[in-house]
Design a protein around this ligand. Sequence first.
Ligand SMILES: [Zn+2]
Ligand SMILES: [Zn+2]
Length: 278
Amino acid sequence: MPEADLHVHTTASDGKASPSEVIRLAAAEGLCAVGICDHDSTNGIDEALEEGKKLGIEVIPGVEINTDCGPTELHILGYFIDHRHPKLQDALNWLRSSREERGRRMVEKLRQIGVHIEFDSVLRASAGGAIGRPHVAAALVEAGYASDINSAFGKYLVRGAPGYVERVRFTPMEAVRLILEAGGIPGIAHPAKIGNENLWIDLIPHGLRCVEVYHPDHSVADQRRYRRMARERGLLITGGSDYHGPESIRFCQIGQPRIPYEHVEALRAAVERRAKQT
Ligand SMILES: [Zn+2]
Ligand SMILES: [Zn+2]
């Protein structure tokens, strides 16, 4: 049975593997389709598409937009987006430039408590991708302020720690709207991490169309729960490994978990139905 991994990161955000590496790994794992869903970026998609063409792997252009709903973080996935859509690109560019600004402010705040890292080493750690706390953490480890990424987070970068800076973000509703405008299918990522289901159920009337049932952080009971919710609320099912590459904070293998290809077909059918309506 053909299978897909619909949640993969690349070096276009905080992944450690390049888009072509990710596609080669997917091919080696016997997957037939991969959803490239970088945080706030679609810059890995063209390279992935090209490598996919060579290796016979279908690449689904996607994105994962990190949003804030009050104190809770919601990750909104988008599938089958037109990744060159100007409005989407404008919005993602804006988010990324605010990420850089945030990185600079974190470096500055750390300097005020006597922790000296260079913004350049943060930039280097991000390797041209969207800058995030993992890259500041890597710079802290490199400079000897922490033994590993996790302790760098704990000491300096978690909310409330001396280096923490709030970020500029969209609301979940704004992200859903943006994905719809770019012709995509919006979904909620790893709902078990959110806890309060009402936060994303509220998005369904606004166009949320799928739920990530399968994710490495989901227990079998979680999977059952979200499958049932999908059925009851008429949502499509997605899933994937949330792969971030080797030696990333959260290690997992590409394709673990993976989902039957029929879910990809259902997503595509939904995109085509919408295209006919408009
Ligand atoms: Zn996520
Ligand atoms: Zn992710």
